[in-house]
Design a protein around this ligand. Structure first.
Ligand SMILES: Cc1ncc(C[n+]2csc(CCOP(=O)(O)OP(=O)(O)O)c2C)c(N)n1
Ligand SMILES: [Mg+2]
Length: 244
């Protein structure tokens, strides 16, 4: 614990501006180039390159379709897991968007947070990104969404795995994985059993059409995205990890 010597309660941006106006040292030479170089690195990493997989849909395609279609007032909620890496790296968030996610990456937040957001902002499109593991933790909140007609669009990345943990296992104990495979229900059928709309994406060619259908739907929607496990995270593949 550090004792505060001078407490200042302020918004960061106006505070930084006010500070810059008072005796701030001049910017070091080369600063503009330095900023340009860093921004170039960011821009390169954020650029999306399609990489179709043989074992399912690259979840990044769903994120890119949301980028094209969801509009500037979308509220996105996020569960914890590797599926979120595509949104973190490639979704171009604007100030008008709202992101609701747990900094510590707790699973189970995504679906209930989406229900809460849709009830609070019924006129804004509310999209939840959630893995199959996370959906199996709190997906039953769908009952509340149906009961209160909360217009949530839940995009379940169904890679048949606690993929985040599987990646740790593949990195540290190559070829020795355990307890990370999931036996999933048909999430679209499960959604219909709840009284919600259930949609499935099992080919990349269908991503745009199904995302459009989900966004246009009248009530809660679950989209079962049969996503690739080979594309286990946005920046590498299982094959590359195994090859060391
Ligand atoms: C409540 C909770 N339990 C366990 C974890 C540890 N954990 C982080 S990600 C993860 C697996 C996530 O699996 P899934 O939701 O299928 O997403 P994927 O990584 O496959 O994209 C686990 C178990 C956590 N973050 N929160
Ligand atoms: Mg998973």
């Amino acid at each position: 614990v550090f004792r505060t010597e001078q407490a200042v309660i302020a918004d960061a941006e106006p505070f930084a501006r006010a500070l810059a106006e008072r005796n701030a040292p001049p910017a070091p030479t080369g600063r503009a180039q330095w900023i340009g170089r860093l921004h170039g690195l960011y821009a390169e990493l954020a650029t999306w390159s399609p990489a179709p997989a043989e074992d399912g849909v690259n979840y990044g395609e769903v994120i890119m379709a949301l980028q094209r279609q969801a509009g500037p007032d979308m509220i996105m909620t996020m569960d914890g897991g590797n599926f979120s890496s595509w949104a973190h790296r490639h979704f171009n968030f604007q100030p008008s968007h709202k992101l609701v996610a747990a900094i510590a990456g707790a699973m189970g937040l995504g679906v209930p947070a989406a229900v809460a957001a849709a009830l609070r902002h019924p006129d804004r499109p509310v999209v939840a990104l959630v893995g199959d593991g996370g959906f199996l933790m709190t997906g039953n909140e769908l009952a509340t969404a149906v009961r209160h007609d909360a217009k949530v669009r839940l995009f379940v990345s169904n890679n048949g795995s606690f993929g985040t943990i599987r990646l740790h296992q593949e990195r540290r104990y190559r070829g020795r994985t355990m307890a990370t495979d999931l036996n999933n229900p048909d999430f679209a059928a499960l959604a219909r059993a709840f009284g919600a709309t259930g949609l499935t994406i099992d080919r990349e060619a269908d991503v745009d059409a199904v995302v459009a259908e989900a966004l246009a739907a009248d009530g809660p929607v679950v989209v079962d995205v049969r996503s690739s496990l080979e594309h286990i995270i946005a920046w590498t593949t299982l094959s590359k990890v195994r090859a060391g």
